[in-house]
Design a protein around this ligand. Sequence first.
Ligand SMILES: Cc1cc2nc3c(=O)[nH]c(=O)nc-3n(C[C@H](O)[C@H](O)[C@H](O)COP(=O)(O)OP(=O)(O)OC[C@H]3O[C@@H](n4cnc5c(N)ncnc54)[C@H](O)[C@@H]3O)c2cc1C
Length: 441
Amino acid sequence: MRRYVMIGSGVASIAASEAIRRVDPTGEILMIGDEVHGYYSRPGLAYYLTGELAEQHLFPFGDPDYRKLNIHRMQARVTRIYPEQHSLRLENGATLLYDRLLIAVGAEAQMVNLPGMKLDGVVKLDNLDDARCIIRQARRGRTAVVVGGGITALEIVEGLISRRVKTHYFLRGDRYWSNVLDETESRIVEQRLVEDCVKLHFHTELEEILGSNGHVVGVRTKDGRKIPCDMVAIAIGIRPRKELAEASGIQVERGILVSETMQSSAPDVFSAGDIAQVYDPVSGKSVLDSLWGPAREQGTAAGMNMAGITSVYRKIIPFNVTRLATLTTTIIGTVGRGEDEDVVGIVRGDSESWRQLPDAIAAQADFDVNRLRVLVGKDTLLGAIVMGDQTLSRPLQRLITEQADITPIRQQLVQPRAPLVDVLADFWSQWQVGHALRTRE
Ligand SMILES: Cc1cc2nc3c(=O)[nH]c(=O)nc-3n(C[C@H](O)[C@H](O)[C@H](O)COP(=O)(O)OP(=O)(O)OC[C@H]3O[C@@H](n4cnc5c(N)ncnc54)[C@H](O)[C@@H]3O)c2cc1C
């Protein structure tokens, strides 16, 4: 009987376990995770913060699900892997053997090194305990400073304003999430934040967090201003937890390098999720994602391979449907480029693939609060951002993922002030008919 060991109890490990069970009903599955709350929806934490989702709804898996899959769980921290011996060591000194191992330890928030970082009231948003802490602090405190870019910083801002906390949002640069959004999109988000009484501070950096009796009482900025506050939230990006693999002699770059079958450089050791650096056929590079869907798909592919069924993970065009200042936003394919001063590496709900933009022409349309931007390549669409009205979100996901030939509408799309929405909607209807016919053939 094979022993499969998963390090980490997140979505990648769950998906791998489900895949193994489909193939191997008797093998032993042991899931080792250091997270006290086990498996839950991390993207759901944003809605938990705003009070839209109750805590119990964050948990998609209950004890009966683990029993059904016959997964044994252990709350522990793995400190070392010995690939030669097919063994690993736990923090308490115990040693365990494995036949196949999955490293799915995820990523953690990057923190800054500033005076005052250890004060009570300095928060981040990695896990459920962090979210609980923000809610607790929001009850106690009345003013907060949020630092960083991307989705998580905004999720914290939105959580705080929904709890009526006066919020200052610090941005080092001159606009929000500049390496993914274009200027108009950034301004739409910023305008909505201002309407919600968020005080935006551009070109502003933290110099020091000020404390009294161990608790945050304010911040000092690099340009010498003092802002009183009770809480400081840091969301400047994430870093894959690669120390375990590094210390165990497994090949890492920005994450654990894996093959198309999710295998690491060590025999019988696989990796998936936020920690895995995966080959992207579009760019020919190995890239990181921090997205729930790809973590699940990678976990499934890893599980199949662990159980002996060859399964190649084909990295699809990454997309995320998220909310930016309450505006539903879908991000698909390659949409941005360049640096963002507010972000180190990638943020949660982000993909490095989004920023590998080859030659493309941006076509955009604005109507009311809605905005659509598509990146038009030589004969295909390379990416899109759909803000607000989501009618074209799914069609664009399909057209981009399936690399639909847009030659018939390319000229229309790149015309100044093109009726983008109508052109794409018509094309989508025709493409669907053609696609159905082609599939039938
Ligand atoms: C606030 C937030 C918002 C997000 N928003 C979005 C979104 O809008 N869209 C989207 O697609 N994705 C979003 N994500 C990202 C998504 O949740 C992740 O991509 C996904 O959870 C990755 O799953 P994983 O299994 O790789 O890792 P994780 O879910 O991070 O699980 C890894 C687990 O391993 C444990 N671990 C680490 N080291 C060890 C060790 N040495 N021993 C034992 N256990 C260990 C960790 O404690 C953790 O519980 C968000 C994440 C967060 C936190």
